[in-house]
Design a protein around this ligand. Sequence first.
Ligand SMILES: [Zn+2]
Length: 236
Amino acid sequence: MDEVHIHHEPQRVMSSRLNWLRAGVLGANDGIVSTAGLVIGVAAATTSTQAIATAGIAGLVAGAMSMAVGEYVSVSTQRDSERTMLAKERRELVEMPEEELAELTLIYQAKGLDPDLASAVAQQLTERDPLAAHAEAELHIDPDDLTNPWHAAWASMVAFTVGALLPLVAILLAEASWRIAVTAVSVLVALALTGAVSARLGASPVPRAVGRNVAGGALAMVVTYGIGALVGVQLG
Ligand SMILES: [Zn+2]
């Protein structure tokens, strides 16, 4: 029993850490692309540093808040439904333990174990921790490891902000005549990096992920630049 535990635990911790890391990289990517599009669009319309800074900061704050709220709502909803399912399972385990054991046995049979082995597995898991056994096999959740919505909200807010700061700082520090070019180049380099990191974390091919990410960001900047230039001409 202990051996299983020692073998299983680090893997679970690793994959949950990987998920967090991946979510962080995606949040940063989001911050980079949306803020770059915003400040480049405004810079295409006006040379006013104040206007660019105002738009960039407002976009950063709005984006970070929206990420946090969205993440909080979605993780809370998921946790509520997981808790409801766990409560139902807990009740069923008290009210009809026989049926629940039969159910667990059937799940392991459906996975390909022969009836005797499936029954032995179900019995041993039930002796150890019936709720955890059912939560894992039936609901695919770990009752001791439900995601905290505040942590998720905070993490995505920080990730988005870190990403958004890059184009904002680039466009405000660069010399006026170079600001769009400097921002575009730093954004494309950063997107190559986040694309590579998220591909590595997901164990997928790096060049393709980098290509897609850089192309997507370039498209976003070209479109917002075009719209900004158009609006700038119309208004100016
Ligand atoms: Zn059950």
